[in-house]
Structures are given as C-alpha cells and as structure tokens.
Write a protein that binds this ligand. Structure first.
Ligand SMILES: [Zn+2]
Ligand SMILES: [Zn+2]
Length: 284
C-alpha cells in the first residue's frame, strides 16, 4: 500500500476569499492507517473528495487551538455520525479542545437528541474521547509511532509539530511555527517534511486587505510563522528526502505566485520540493 499525505487545505489563517485555498487539514495514510491532522474549514468535503469514508477517520490530531485548524472538527464528527459512524473516535489535542467539543455538542443538542430518539442513532458524545496532547511520545502501537514536538507559535504554548513513523517511513508535519533549529533535529532524515511557510513581503498584503489596520496582527504573523527561505534551511539541516510547503501566508492574494515561493525556498534548499495545493496527494 502506498503511503501518502494529502494536503486537504493549505491556506494559512481562517479567512477565505474567492481564489484562496481552504484552511488547514492534512490526511495521512501510513502503513495502512488513516489519520487526520487538523480539521479546518472544508475538511469534511475534502475527505470525501479524497475518497475517504468519513467513518474510517477514527484517529484525529489537532495541533493547536487556532480556528483555521479545528473550526470544522465538530461538523466533521457530526457528519460522520450521520453517515453511520458507530466506532469510537479518539482525538489528541491541546487542553481546551474538550471545551470546544462540549460546546459543539451543546449547540447541536436539539438535533442530536432528535436523531437518537427518532432515528435510533447511538449517542455521538459517547463515541468521542479527547486525549491531552503533549510533547513527547503520543502513540506507539503495532509499529506505528507518533511523537509531538512543542513548536514556536506564540502566544500559544500548547502547539505542536508531529512526527509519524511506521514501516521504515518517517513523515513530519511542522504545524504552525516560527523558525526553530529543533525542527531540523525533529525532522532528521524524514521521507517527507510538510512545513508551513510565510512570504514576508506578502504579509503587508494580508494586513492591507483588512478593514482595520492593527499592528498586533502584523506582529503576530511575523513572530509566529517561518519565512520561506528559512523553511528551506530547516529541510537542508534535517536532510529530508522531500519538502512540501503548506499553510501559505499569504494565500490567494494577487501578486504572489508559485515562482515567489520557489525562489525563496531555493535560497537554502535544492532538494525535492512541492508547493502544496488543496487536495494534493504526495506519496512518500
Ligand atoms: Zn494556522
Ligand atoms: Zn496557528
């Protein structure tokens, strides 16, 4: 079976516009296992577009509590439930995710209670278990290992990169992060590194698009994401086999295209490179 990583949504940040990609979700298929990492807006449709039966998605990771990474988690689970989900689902996420989930259940209580009574559904709440995601080994079962690294994405503290290892393959997902040397160690020898990327000159385009001009957003973006040339540097230091970019900031703005991203990354990286697109499957 071919191992792959499908980039379901590659846009950095929660706002979407005509022509933009969708916020972040990644489907991982490794050693016969299917895992979802993040559940940004559009994740449910994107999984179907990948030919994935929603009932098969029973292990989910949420890297951090920015809405572009979990806004659609509740709707995804609810939709899987209406599609016949009866198996337990485990979710690994930061402290606080439980509050989101309980809030989602409360917001849909009328519908959920109705479907249990009227359609004989199992109780959705009872299917889902949320595990607290923390740095270090997260999962190790049947040769399938997941490890988390606390990354650098202020002001959040519970924010993580993830490494998946199975069948001699290694996949690393950076999550949202500023440049960090430790990422290169964490991603050492990966077959595929999917790393977030920022085009520093493009950040002004993001800011100017907004009705309100507040310097806090500019500062947040600049200190919590990785300039594209530094992404190349991480890949080189780690000696990965292939680098893919996702979580583009900016995304969908005129004036910034593939050539700009490639030029920046190529300052430091001459290995395999893929610029992510919504729905793109990368085999590794
Ligand atoms: Zn994000
Ligand atoms: Zn974030």
């Amino acid at each position: 079976m071919t191992d792959f990583c499908a980039l379901l949504g590659v846009k950095g940040g929660p706002a979407i516009r005509p022509g933009s990609n969708m916020p972040t979700s990644i489907l991982v298929s490794l050693a016969g296992r299917t895992v979802l990492v993040d559940a940004g807006l559009g994740v449910t449709r994107s999984l179907c577009d990948q030919g994935i039966d929603l009932r098969e998605v029973t292990t989910i990771f949420v890297t951090h509590l920015h809405s572009d990474h979990y806004l659609e988690l509740g709707p995804l689970l609810h939709t899987a439930w209406t599609a016949g989900l009866v198996a337990p689902v485990r979710i690994f996420g930061p402290a606080g995710l439980e509050r989101y989930w309980q809030g989602f259940l409360a917001s849909m209580k009328d519908d959920i209670d109705l479907r249990i009574a009227d359609e004989g559904r199992v109780d959705l709440a009872g299917l889902v278990t949320i595990h607290h995601l923390d740095e270090g080994p997260v999962l190790h079962e049947d040769g399938f290992a997941v490890t988390a690294l606390r990354n650098d994405h202020p002001p959040l503290v519970d924010t993580f990169a993830l490494r998946f290892e199975a069948g001699g393959k290694r996949l690393v997902l950076s999550g949202d992060t500023a440049f960090m040397e430790e990422m290169a160690t964490f991603a050492k020898g990966a077959d595929l590194l999917v790393h977030e990327a920022m085009l520093t000159v493009g950040v002004e385009a993001v800011i100017s698009q907004l009705g309100h001009q507040d310097d806090r957003l500019r500062q947040h973006i600049l200190r919590s994401h990785t300039p594209a040339d530094m992404v190349g540097r991480v890949a080189r230091l780690a000696g990965v086999r292939h680098l893919a970019l996702n979580h583009f900031v900016p995304d969908g703005f005129p004036g910034f295209g593939d050539a700009d991203w490639t030029q920046e990354v190529r300052r430091a990286w001459d290995g395999g490179l893929t610029l992510g697109k919504d729905g793109l499957r990368i085999e590794f």
